[in-house]
Design a protein around this ligand. Structure first.
Ligand SMILES: Cc1cc2nc3c(=O)[nH]c(=O)nc-3n(C[C@H](O)[C@H](O)[C@H](O)COP(=O)(O)OP(=O)(O)OC[C@H]3O[C@@H](n4cnc5c(N)ncnc54)[C@H](O)[C@@H]3O)c2cc1C
Length: 376
């Protein structure tokens, strides 16, 4: 029996252990820093059909229909005049069993967690050292050691475990944007709407069938290193209000029904860490984090976890190496989306809108830009 340690019980770590359910030759433990999960959180997540396919293979399609939403389009709207520029039909990437889905992040985590035996997850974990000779030895803050055959590092963008193992300076960088998240109630339709403003954009979509919507804005903002370290700043009402008031209200959105507002600086990975450590795999944001403007982080986290199991079973790292190339292409597309969503010069905005109208109907472009990722 081979032993697998999973550090970080987020989307990637929990998805990975769901795959182990049918693998009789492996036993596992998840080490999670938090003391528990908050399944009441209302923020949303978009899952494209590539990850839905993998989730459905572990029973995701059995979630109550009231807890998910299947958008059929992404609407692109110019925020300063409320005009719809165009839309992209998402159903062209669906198949009869797998559909683009939006839901609450907590609904996804609860689904992934429900089949994990409670004794398999160690909350409040504090890992202090990882040694990789003659097996993998993990040391904990309470002076205990445990030995494993494989290690999956899925402890998110600021991965401490990654730093313990890969000694290079791979700290993520602030990408000059702040994310503002909140809940919206009302009726904003069943699709995803992207409102493009000057140096900001915001996205609204339903997270279930109860008129609850996710609101997320990405706002360009220069912050000093002192401001970045000041967690109170991001929670302060004054800062949150200033972020909201910097967004253009449209005919459809007044922001009056926004609640549970939360802001945080957006960090992205600088570079891929080395990955040729025997039996040690990085997954999800710990492997690489792109700007959130392609809504692919969670989907890629799920795909990477799936590939890691294939590598372990086959004894070859080929699939993992291909994955890194794939994530690299998503990184470029995410950065390009962010750039074009935030254009402010009226000439650039005009040409962006003309290009968007044309490209949103161009099958070859859509297959290349989105299809290669969604139908992967
Ligand atoms: C504003 C915003 C919007 C986004 N929207 C989308 C979207 O719509 N669709 C999409 O696909 N992606 C989206 N993403 C990206 C997505 O949320 C992430 O890519 C995804 O959550 C990564 O999953 P993960 O499992 O790697 O990390 P996480 O979900 O961050 O989980 C990491 C886990 O590790 C734990 N942990 C941390 N440190 C330690 C430690 N030292 N020891 C043990 N445990 C530890 C944490 O507590 C956490 O439970 C968005 C991101 C942002 C910032």
């Amino acid at each position: 029996m081979k032993k697998i340690a999973i550090i970080g019980g987020g989307i990637s770590g929990l998805y990975f252990v769901n795959l182990l359910k049918n693998q009789k030759d492996f036993e596992y433990k998840i080490f999670e820093k938090k003391d528990n999960y908050n399944f009441l959180e209302g923020y949303g997540i978009q899952l494209s059909v590539n990850s839905i396919k993998l989730l459905n293979a572990i029973g995701f399609q059995n979630l109550p229909a009231s807890e998910v939403n299947f958008p059929s389009k992404v609407n692109f709207i110019q925020a300063n005049n409320s005009k719809k520029i165009c839309d992209i039909d998402l159903t062209q990437f669906n198949d009869p069993l797998n559909r683009y889905t939006t839901l609450k992040r907590s609904t996804l985590l609860k689904f992934l967690f429900q089949n994990v035996p409670k004794e398999k997850i160690k909350f409040n974990s504090n890992i202090t050292k990882v040694e990789n000779s003659n097996g993998i030895t993990i040391s904990f803050g309470d002076n205990r050691n445990e030995k494993f055959d494989y290690l999956i590092i899925s402890d998110g963008i600021f991965s401490k475990t990654r730093s313990l193992i890969f000694n290079e300076n791979i700290y993520p960088k602030f990408n000059l944007n702040v994310a503002l998240r909140g809940k919206l109630t009302g009726d904003f339709g069943s699709d995803i709407s992207i409102y493009m403003g000057s140096n900001n954009h915001y996205v609204i979509y339903p997270v279930n069938q109860n008129n609850e919507y996710n609101f997320v804005a990405i706002i360009k903002k220069k912050l000093s290193s002192d401001e970045l370290k000041n967690y109170d700043l991001f929670k302060s009402q004054k800062f949150l209000t200033s972020l909201v008031s910097g967004l253009q209200k449209t005919d459809h959105t007044s922001f009056e029904n926004l609640s549970e507002l939360k802001s945080f600086p957006v960090y992205v990975s600088n570079e891929f860490p080395g990955y040729n450590k025997k039996n040690i795999f990085l997954s999800g944001d710990a492997l690489f984090t792109s700007p959130p403007s392609f809504a692919q982080g969670a989907s890629q986290s799920i795909e990477t976890a799936n590939d890691i199991l294939k590598c372990i079973l086959s004894g070859s790292n080929d699939i993992y190496e291909k994955r890194i190339k794939h994530i690299n292409s998503i990184k470029k597309k995410s950065a390009f989306n962010l750039f074009s969503f935030h254009l402010s010069n009226p000439f650039n905005v005009y040409f962006r809108n003309v290009a968007l109208r044309y490209l949103s109907r161009n099958k070859i472009f859509l297959d290349n830009y989105l299809g290669k990722i969604y139908k992967n």
